[in-house]
Design a protein. Structure first.
Length: 415
């Protein structure tokens, strides 16, 4: 690595750069830790039990990880759960289980980059389709046209905690015999038609990263009903040693017993926490009520939001401010939990994709992908992502309420 590259990378990952450009990392703040969630239940009790046992890995006989998996699966009503070190590990393992590698494609939505990254990890090609303007979720009407003989799976992201239209997506997937991977990183305990996210598709992938609804610092979970998918993910992700003999190219994505112990405790208070987020989202709802140039990100009646973020859509109208005017006013209000524009780009405009900075793009088995990333491919995503308004509901209640009042005052002045 050249010194210039190292310098650039250091610059890109300063706190100021993260705060400015990455709304998904809203917990990073030099003065306020917006994602702080102190122990509120049995965390210390279960941690002490894990330490007293002397087993800090389930591979060596630890009991916390199996209990965490069993309780998570029971909560969602699914047969299996595999605890992992991150949600990206779950996504990568799911892509492997789908049989997606060089020479194959996986359909992804065009707002988030994470599903596409998991596809590229395994040298397959991500194919982006457009989203619905109101929900920010994958548009089911656009899936079929993106399917080719190389398509192996569909990765569905539940945007900001709002479930995608899984009944329609599953119908298309089953028609074409495609695996469905749900990215539930932002949607724990969200439900569609009474059924939890992570139980609709073949594999659900959850995040317990520090900013998420259920914060363990880091961690993830893969859920599934099918025994074969359970065995596949367990093998790919948990790197069983078999007396130190490598039989397949597996990955060491195991969670440790201490993280699982905290997860076990936080499952017990998760429903209460989601209720708090719904209340906080209500403050932002009230702040924009009656504003004809901000609409809410909501789905059909069957979709129950779990509000990792409250989200709104800025609308250009003759009676409202410009996007720049609104953004400037919101910045001047110093609302710590509010941001505009998310990444400001569709997923295929990220440098990773534009610069073809993955081995998959040089593999001769991957052909005819250049047109998949041309400007204008997903016009809805290109238009709405820079205009998405996000409110971080996980922040302390008084901070959210204060920021909702600031948002309302900004709207009042600009209207």
């Amino acid at each position: 690595m050249s010194s210039n590259t190292a310098s650039d990378r250091t610059r890109l990952w300063t706190k100021d750069m993260q705060k400015k450009h990455f709304a998904d990392e809203a917990y990073i703040d030099t003065e306020i830790n917006l994602s702080s969630r102190p122990a509120a239940g049995n965390e210390m009790k279960y941690l002490q039990q894990a330490l007293d046992s002397g087993n800090l890995s389930a591979l060596m006989g630890g009991k916390m990880t199996p209990l965490f998996e069993q309780n998570f699966a029971r909560m969602l009503g699914c047969k299996h759960a595999v605890a992992l070190n991150t949600c990206m590990s779950a996504l990568h393992s799911a892509v492997i289980a789908a049989g997606a590698g060089a020479g194959s494609e996986v359909i992804c939505d065009s707002v988030y980059i994470f599903g596409a990254m998991a596809v590229l990890y395994n040298n397959a090609i991500p194919v982006f389709i457009d989203v619905d303007e109101t929900t920010h979720n994958m548009d089911p009407d656009r899936i079929e046209a993106a399917i080719t003989e190389r398509t192996k799976a569909i990765i569905v992201t539940h945007a900001w905690g709002l479930p995608a239209e899984m009944d329609r997506i599953m119908a298309v997937a089953r028609k074409h015999d495609l695996m469905v991977i749900e990215d539930c990183a932002e949607a724990v305990l969200a439900r569609y038609d009474g059924k939890y996210t992570g139980t609709w598709g073949d594999i659900g992938c959850f995040s317990f990263q520090a900013s998420k609804q259920m914060s363990l610092g880091d961690g993830g979970m893969a859920t599934m009903q099918d025994d074969a998918f359970y065995k596949a993910v367990a093998n790919f992700a948990l790197a069983p040693t078999f007396l130190s003999i490598a039989h397949t190219l597996d990955y060491n994505y195991r969670i440790n017993e201490l993280t699982a112990a905290v997860g076990l405790a936080r499952l017990e208070t998760l429903e209460k926490e989601i209720g708090r987020l719904l209340d906080n989202a209500g403050h932002f709802d009230q702040a924009v009520e009656g504003c004809d140039w901000i609409t809410l990100q909501r789905g059909p009646e069957k979709a129950e939001h779990s509000f990792y973020y409250w989200a709104g859509n800025f609308i250009d109208t003759d009676n409202g401010p410009s996007l720049d005017e609104f953004t400037q006013a919101l910045t001047e209000s110093e609302a710590a939990t509010l941001s505009v524009g998310y990444t400001k780009m569709a997923a295929y405009d990220h440098p990773l994709i534009k610069n073809r900075a993955a081995q998959a793009f040089t593999d001769p088995r991957n052909k005819d992908f250049e047109s998949l990333y041309e400007a204008g491919r997903c016009p809805v995503a290109e238009r709405i992502v820079p205009q998405i308004i996000l409110g971080y509901t996980i922040a302390p209640d008084d901070t959210v309420k204060r920021d909702a009042e600031k948002l309302h005052e900004v709207i009042r002045k600009l209207s």
